[in-house]
Design a protein around this ligand. Structure first.
Ligand code: 26V
Length: 807
């Protein structure tokens, strides 16, 4: 019996040693760390399988509603630690390993980090799955099992170099291939209209089929029997090859569908492939859900009462026409009934307002690839436009503006909004911008449909597992109730002025800073002083996130430290740490990485200043690196141009680990500063209204600032005047041009002075350790709201309407 494997230390130890030897046919002490990892993970998965089976059984019996979260990305990170903790066997394994002279951390390190996501959107999906299971709700993920996850980043000569992420090479322990649940998905071909007993029928002919094979990953909740599913679909050739084609080519074309995760912010390249990916996992996921539903209930009549399909950004928006297709073509419903079921089943989350990120598919690509789905999309559009004409009158500009298809493009956001009963934004400010500006007309059209669900993070991964020292301190002070209810963090408030507690927290922070510094020194040879302020900006590299403003400020700071000895004396040493991947085709973002590394070379090697100022760009920032970085920050850089960052979630991870935010009032920073108190963060720069106003009036000329502010002029000139002796003179010309000649669209220069002041304030503030530690503790105490447990409860209450699984 697998359950007894972890009964106690002795039983586990014996079983483990035996298992390792059996699996690899070697004496225990001859097996590698990899083999030891593989065996432990396999045993953990087996251990969880009882609950997995029980969860499925309970769901069959209870006939309760379930949510399926459709997402192109699940940035899961490593699973072993998380699963050990959630199953309550981490301590036992650790103790057994002590006896065996093994280091659990070292073994955990052998696990590949499944990076099936680009950034915030994918990581949020992973945090959601953890919270849904931990709260005991029935909610499952549907995604793609990419053979290559998000690329591995190397820094060579200061430049980013992308290396394929071969995460599956060592074998992935956590998933189970379900060959017998594979389904065939049709592409291309033609639609033929038939008459059948006076009824019109549509048949999809001459299609090319792709076999979709599900791999199920158990999502193990914390201290609960609930084990949900993450279903990852893999593309394989269907059972028969089409006649008269080259088999090898055919096969490789098919496999391409689940080969690569696309960098969301990439160029046009591979549009058809991305569209294929979208339909592939939508159609496959839905088919399995529908099959199960019909088996259980024998009808699709009650589909919306038992199923919620969540559309994570527009990528899975084809769920809307696909569900219509299933209901009409396969189940024989009339249009109105099918539409009523569909729009009561689908819910959509918007994650960005950046125009360039809103998906629009050319009709000329979509129509031939998915002929029937396109027909249905056209019909949805036609009927929606008729409603619009009814409301606004024929020829009104709003009819063309709001249409789902316009200018030969299918606007996926419009499709998702029209086809869903709920549309939510991911932070209060973001939702307001959606409701009042970007999607104003839709909001007026569909009253009550738009709502806010501020993002969160799972505190189990981002505090309990990644910061054991802080977890222990919290538990010592306020008990361990916070693990189940993060609002209990608030019980820390009486301690925030307690000198002893402050000292203890300081020690925790120093320990985490030292651990990060050790890795950086080991891997990159740069030595950071744990007594310096750790000032960290880690997130995808993008202009709107303004890593550029950060590095330009560092150039300014370096100039000042060199020039002004009094300033140098009063300046507390500060270590700036960046981590970021730039999309492969995003040249500007890559230039900023090069600039950071070029500046780092200079400042780190300047004996006059390098006891005061250090700068590191960490290589290959990913989830496991983040687990080391978040607890080690004093200052959390959240400096996006207001209105641009929908929410941010790194900001929450830093806050929960006791960093102060230096940031703009953008995304969830607004709520962070409300909860913690604005005096406990360092807030600066243009706010959303001011940015909108400037955008509207165009009343901004970066040259004015260039001429007026000597500090800025000097830094900008240094980009192009040969100041950096180890690069081509024109290396950073694009950055200079972007800021001055191309209008500085993200207001880097406009906010620069405010940022300098904010930085100065932060440096001074840190020197009053007493005050600083109090503020840091307040940030922790007030971070409870930002757990995804809270977010999920709100989704459940307002959108999904689920009940906890009854065992
Ligand atoms: C997509 C693209 C695509 C093309 C060009 C530029 C660009 C820039 C950004 C994106 C983001 C796509 C959606 C996304 O990842 N949004 C993020 O979602 C997080 C979770 O809700 C949220 O915290 C981040 O603020 C938001 O950027």
């Amino acid at each position: 019996m697998t359950t007894s494997l972890f009964k106690n230390k002795k039983v586990f130890k014996e079983a483990y040693v035996k298992r390792v030897e059996e699996m690899f046919g070697k004496r225990f002490d001859e097996t590698t760390m990899n083999e030891k990892y593989f065996t432990l993970a396999t045993m953990v998965r087996e251990y969880a399988s009882n609950n997995w089976i029980e969860t499925q059984g309970a769901l069959k019996k209870s006939n309760q509603k379930q949510t399926y979260y459709f997402s192109m990305e699940f940035l899961m990170g490593r699973l072993l630690t998380n699963n050990l903790t959630n199953l309550g066997i981490r301590n036992l394994v650790e103790e057994a390993f002590d006896d065996l002279s093994l280091d659990l951390n070292e073994i955990e390190d052998k696990e590949a980090d499944p990076g099936l996501g680009n950034g915030g959107l994918g990581r949020l999906a992973a945090c959601f799955l953890d919270s849904i299971a931990s709260l005991g709700y029935p909610g499952h993920g549907n995604g793609i099992r990419y053979r290559y996850g998000f690329f591995e980043q190397r820094i060579i000569d200061g430049y980013q170099v992308e290396v394929p992420d071969q995460w599956l090479q060592k074998g992935f322990v956590w998933d189970v291939r379900k060959e017998n649940e594979a389904v065939d998905i049709p592409f291309f071909g033609q639609v033929r209209m038939l008459e059948d007993n006076g009824k019109i029928k549509y048949v999809h002919e001459n299609a090319e089929y792709v076999k979709a094979v599900p791999y199920d990953v158990p999502i193990i909740g914390y201290d609960t029997k609930t084990v949900n599913n993450l279903i990852l679909w893999s593309a394989e050739p269907a059972r028969t090859y089409p006649q008269g084609i080259n088999a090898a080519e055919y096969e490789s074309n098919i496999r391409q569908i689940s080969e690569f995760l696309y960098p969301d912010d990439s160029t046009d390249e591979g549009k058809i492939l991305r569209l294929k990916q979208q339909y592939f996992f939508v159609a496959a996921g839905l088919k399995r859900i529908v099959n199960n539903h019909k088996e259980q209930y024998g009808t699709m009549e009650n589909f919306h009462e038992k199923v919620c399909l969540h559309i994570n950004d527009t990528h899975p928006a084809l769920l809307v026409p696909e569900l219509m297709r299933v209901l009409i073509d396969e189940e024989g419903y009339d249009w109105d009934t099918a539409w009523s079921i569909t729009t009561k089943t689908c819910a959509y989350t918007n994650h960005t307002i950046l125009a360039e990120a809103l998906e629009k598919w050319p009709v000329r690509l979509l129509q031939p690839l998915l002929p029937r789905v396109f027909m249905i999309t056209e019909e949805i559009n036609k009927r929606f436009c008729l409603d619009l004409i009814d409301r606004y009158g024929e020829g009104h500009p709003k009819v063309t503006e709001l249409a789902i298809i316009g200018e030969d493009l299918v606007r996926m956001a419009h499709l998702a909004i029209v086809g869903s009963f709920s549309v939510n934004g991911v932070a209060a400010l973001h939702t307001n911008i959606l409701k009042e500006i970007e999607m104003k007309d839709f909001n007026e059209l569909f009253k009550g449909r738009f709502n806010n669900k501020t993002n969160g993070i799972t505190h189990r991964r981002w505090l309990l597992n990644s910061n054991p020292e802080l977890s222990d301190l919290l538990t010592k002070l306020i008990g361990d109730g916070w693990i189940k209810d993060t609002m209990e963090f608030d019980k820390l408030m009486p301690y925030v002025t307690d000198e002893k507690v402050k000292k203890e927290f300081y020690d925790v922070k120093q320990a985490r800073k030292t651990a990060l510094a050790e890795r950086i020194e080991r891997e990159q040879g740069i030595k950071l002083d744990p007594n310096s302020i750790f000032d960290i900006q880690v997130k995808r590299m993008h202009e709107y996130k303004r890593q550029l403003m950060n590095i330009l400020h560092i150039m300014y700071l370096y100039n000042r430290l060199k020039d002004d000895s009094e300033f140098r004396q009063n300046f507390h040493p500060q270590s700036f740490i960046f981590g970021a991947k730039a999309a492969g085709g995003y040249d500007f973002a890559k230039k900023v990485i090069k600039l950071i590394n070029t500046v780092a070379d200079i400042v780190n090697n300047d004996e006059e200043t390098n006891s005061k100022l250090k700068l590191v760009f960490v290589e290959n920032y990913n989830v496991s690196y983040a687990e080391l970085i978040m607890p080690a920050a004093d200052l959390s850089e959240q400096i996006s141009t207001a209105t641009k960052e929908a929410s941010g979630t790194g900001n929450m991870k830093f806050m929960m680990n006791g960093a102060l935010t230096i940031g703009t009032l953008d995304g969830a920073n607004v709520e962070i500063s409300e909860f913690a108190g604005i005096e406990n963060e360092i807030i600066f720069g243009l706010n959303a209204d001011e940015v909108n106003e400037l955008n509207a009036t165009g009343d901004y000329n970066p040259w004015d600032i260039y001429y007026k502010d000597e500090r800025i002029r000097r830094v900008l000139d240094q980009l192009i005047n040969g100041y950096f002796s180890n690069v081509q003179p024109d290396e950073f010309r694009d950055i200079y041009d972007n800021l001055l000649h191309n209008g500085d669209s993200y207001y880097v220069l406009k906010d620069f002075d405010a940022y300098i002041n904010a930085q100065e304030k932060a440096n001074k503030m840190y020197q009053d350790q007493d005050k600083w530690l109090e503020k840091a503790l307040i940030n922790i105490a007030k971070s409870g709201y930002f757990s995804t447990d809270r977010t999920i409860e709100q989704y459940v209450e307002d959108i999904w309407h689920l009940e906890k699984i009854k065992f």
